[in-house]
Design a protein around this ligand. Sequence first.
Ligand code: SF4
Length: 501
Amino acid sequence: MSHAVAPVSQNPASKDDVVRCDACPVLCRIRPGKAGACDRYANVEGVLTRVDPLVITERAASEGSVVPFLSGSEGWNGSVAAPPPAASFVTGIGAGTTYPDYKPAPFIVSSQHDGVDMVTVVTEGIFSYCGVKVKIDTDRYLGPEQAAVRVNGEAVGHVTTAEYGSQMLSLGGVHHLTGGSKKEGNVTCDTLLALCNKQAVTLQIDGGSELIVQAGKPPVVNGTPEARMRVGCGSATIGIFAKQWLGHADEVIVVDDHITGVLTEHQAGRFLDMPLSGIRVRGRKSTPGRYFQVADPGLGWGGTNISDPLEIVESIDAKAAWPGMKLLMVSTTGEHSAWYVLDDQLKPQPAEMPAPIRVVVDRIAENCEPSLCTVLFMAGAGGSLRAGVTENPVRLTLSVKDRLTRVTSGGAPVYVWPGGGITYMVDVARMPDNSFGYVPTPALVAPIEFTLQRDDYAALGGHMDYVVQLEDVLQAGRLSKLAQRADNPWPISRPTAEEQP
Ligand code: SF4
C-alpha cells in the first residue's frame, strides 16, 4: 500500500461537496474552495488537501557550503546537491497528520544511506504537551523569578531561574494551553506559534520589564535593544583582566548584580601583591573581593538598579586609602565605566580615564558575545504519536534511547531527555522557517521524523505495508526543496553518543 504525497480523505467527495477533515480532533467540515480552521487543510475540488508544500532537504555537494533556500521545486537545478535519492530527506513539514493515532504516519519512506536500507517515519505531530524555553542574553532585570509572563494580559508562562549571563523564560506548557480560560489557551498557542516560527513577540513580565523576543535576534528590553552579554560575573571579570590593570589603577570595582568584584581584595589582586585600597562596598561578602547584593536588580550598571556607581561604596578606610588613589568602576559588559581619583578628603572625584585603562575597558566589551534570544521548542512525542510509527509504541521509545532511531524535527537535530517517554527539545533557529502550525484544540503542530534501519523498523513492529520509496515521494508534486543546513547532522545517519542520550 502506498500514499500519495498529499494526504487525502478516505472518501473523496464530489467537487461541490463539503469534505470532513479527520486530521485532528476538531473534525472540520470544509466547504469547496475553503480551508479548515487551522489553514493547513483545504477542500480542493472535493479532495481534502494539505495546502503547504512538503519540505525536502537536500545535502550540499561539499561540506560546509551554504546554499540559499529555494521556495518550491522550480528553479532547482540540482547542481548543489549530490544525486538523489541518498541526498534527499523528507521532513515532516507539510507532511500532514493522521488521526486517530492508530493510523500509520503520513509518510514512511524507504531510502539508503551508506548502502544500508533505512526507513524514515514522517509526520506533523499535534502537541498539547509543549512549550518553549527562551534564553535571553542579558543581565538587565526582566522580572522576579516565578513572575508571570503575559501577552495581551494573558499569562503564557513564567520567569525561571537565571543562567550565566542570560535570563530564562519558560512559556507554554499544557496548563497554559488547556488548563486555563479559552482565551489564555489561544493566546498561549499564538505566542508559541509565533516564537517557533521565528517571529517577534512582545512580552510583559509582572513586576518587571516589557521585552520583545525573537529567535536569533537581540532582545529589546523596555524599548532598548540589548547589544552584548556580559564577559562574566564581576569576580570573573576581575580574574580575567587583573594583570592588565596592574600599574594603571590602584583599585577596580566591577559592578554586577550577582557578584561584584573588588580587585585588591580578590585573590587576583592578592596574587599580584596589590595593597588593599580600603574601599568597602555594600552587600553581603561571599569570599574576599566577591560581594552579593550590592544593589537591587534593575536596568542600570551590571544588571543593578544604580546609575551612579559610587552608590555602592559603603566606606573608605583612611588607614588604607590615600589621596591620589586611582579607582576604576566598570560594568561586566564595559557598557558603563567611570574613572576617579581620590582627593585630599579621600573622596572619589571624576577624572579623565587614562588611555591604558580605556583599552582594557574596551577589551571587556570586545570579549562580550552578541546578545541574542534563543528559542527551544520542547514537546513530548512519547504518547500516542508513537502508534503512527509502530504497533508496539514502547519499542520506539526504547529504540530512541538505544540510539537505533534518530529523532529530528524538520531535519534539525533534537535533544531527547533521559528518563521516560520521548520528550525532546529543538532549537527552532536550526529548523526551516515556518515549520510550525497549530490546531484550535489548542495545540501546536510540529514536524517530527524518526529514522532507523529498515530491519530495526520491522523488528519494532513498524507499519511495513505502508513503506514507500523515496524516489516516489520525490517525483510527486507539491514539494519544496531546500538545502540541509551545514551545521545540522545528516538526518539519515545514525545518531552519535553526543547527539542523543
Ligand atoms: S483544524 Fe485543521 S487539521 Fe484539524 S480538522 Fe480542521 S482542518 Fe483538519
